[in-house]
Design a protein around this ligand. Structure first.
Ligand SMILES: Cc1cc2nc3c(=O)[nH]c(=O)nc-3n(C[C@H](O)[C@H](O)[C@H](O)COP(=O)(O)OP(=O)(O)OC[C@H]3O[C@@H](n4cnc5c(N)ncnc54)[C@H](O)[C@@H]3O)c2cc1C
Length: 395
């Protein structure tokens, strides 16, 4: 194991792997990525991997517009025809109940278009042409993104990591970082299970585990960790893998669903979830109430799913900040350290562009998209990036 790097990334999820690839592209720095397990073994592996640009915070839309471009042309972007992201361009429909939420949706579509998002308001009739199984009786406005869809989290993450490796990034797997090493107010390296690694700059992308490394430095992450459940449902008939993803803002828990392989529908929520103390202490059992509630909501939205059966389930941890948006930048009072955490249940779709912006920041190049709104200090300065739809992963 090399014991010194110019830049060391800690955490091999989609964010760390994308950052590693972009650093290799942008600089001749000696870059390492250290992961305590295998690449893509954290939150990314449990992601529903939905990709859309519908947000009310403009910088979120800017990042996802760029990411969608990368997902759609992944092989070419990585310059390697053998690397896939598994992207399926199914389209994305966002449904708002009548009233204030519909007004906000229409307003947000305008902002998103100005930023370059491919999005539009469509009629109920058009929505039913795209997705004939829907019941839209209680819906006011419908937004549609024709070029959005979903990808494969494992293919995407290992795609970035392998492309980074081919360009000289050292991937160190099965090696956990035990603590950050400091000198004065500068982070100078990490202590691992196999010894010390020095680095000029460390990028921490350890998802919901970040507090293990930042708490000893008294860095306040302002994080809540919560448990989210996902179920897959199968009805009598096959669910086409190209049916649009649905985001249902009329439901209290901001339910979403999308097709998955095997003709099933994958159903999750964009709400706070169940608070947990640490991601390693997550109960893997799905509670009956969740299944009953999701079943009720889904059969309201798709009556043909009234008798659908649950075919699979899993849970995953969200790392939630006070405004449901990530931190991308230096922590207050420290040098030699960049934090990239707090993606609050919507980081997969942002990761391709975020990785590029973090790499540009790390090597001192002006970022294509301004990431200063995601500063760590915003929580202290009361500059929150709060979204129009209230708390949730669609901020
Ligand atoms: C159930 C669920 C559904 C989701 N659905 C969507 C969706 O549809 N669309 C979307 O955009 N987002 C979604 N998300 C959110 C998205 O998946 C995450 O925001 C994103 O994957 C976070 O990536 P990451 O690289 O920051 O973290 P992670 O993937 O968690 O990676 C962190 C890595 O750091 C490693 N690590 C931790 N501690 C250490 C250490 N001390 N030393 C070395 N390595 C360490 C871990 O092993 C892990 O591999 C979902 C999340 C969940 C849980």
């Amino acid at each position: 194991m090399t014991d010194s790097f110019d830049i060391l990334i800690v955490g091999g999820g989609v964010v760390g792997s994308s950052t590693a690839y972009h650093l290799a592209e942008l600089s001749n720095s000696k870059v390492g990525l250290i992961e305590r397990s295998q690449i893509c073994s954290g939150g990314t592996a449990r992601s529903c991997a939905i990709i859309r640009s519908h947000y009310s915070v403009p910088s979120n839309t800017a990042l996802t517009v760029k990411s969608i471009e990368i997902f759609r042309d992944f092989k070419k972007y990585l310059g390697d025809t053998s690397l896939e992201s598994g992207f399926v361009q199914s389209g994305y429909l966002i449904l708002a109940p009548e009233g204030e939420t519909s007004d906000k949706l229409v307003e947000n579509l305008k902002m998103q278009k100005e930023i370059g998002a491919e999005t539009m308001q469509i009629s109920h009739k058009e929505a039913l042409e795209f997705h004939p199984l829907l019941n839209l009786n209680d819906i006011g406005a419908v937004g549609y993104e024709p070029f959005s869809g979903y990808a494969d989290p494992y293919l995407t993450t290992t795609g970035f990591a392998n492309a980074a490796k081919r360009q000289g990034v050292e991937l160190i797997t099965n090696q956990g970082v035990k603590k950050l090493l400091t000198k004065g107010n500068k982070v100078i390296g990490v202590d691992t299970e196999s010894g010390v690694i020095h680095a000029g700059l460390i990028i921490l992308s350890t998802g919901p585990w970040i507090k293990d490394l930042t708490d000893p430095l008294n860095i306040d992450t302002y994080l809540d960790i919560s448990r989210h459940s996902v179920i897959t449902l199968k009805s009598e008939s096959e669910y086409d893998f190209k049916l649009p993803i649905i985001k249902d803002l009329s439901t209290k828990n901001k339910m979403y669903f999308r097709p998955s392989s095997g003709g099933v529908v994958l159903v999750g929520t964009g709400d706070h979830g169940d608070p947990i103390k640490h991601p390693d202490l997550m109960d893997e059992e799905i509670v009956d109430d969740f299944i009953i509630n999701q079943g009720r909501q889904i059969s309201n939205r798709m009556p043909s799913f009234e008798n659908a059966r649950v075919t699979n389930d899993w849970v995953g941890a969200y790392d939630i900040t006070p405004d449901w948006n990530p931190v991308l930048g230096e922590p207050d009072g420290w040098e030699g350290l960049i934090l990239a955490y707090g993606f609050s249940g919507h980081g997969f779709k942002m990761a391709p562009a975020v990785g590029k912006m973090l790499a540009q920041k790390a090597v001192g190049i002006e970022q294509d998209i301004d990431i200063s709104p995601y500063s760590h200090s915003r929580f202290k300065e009361d500059l929150l990036l709060s979204g129009a739809y209230g708390i949730g992963s669609i901020s």
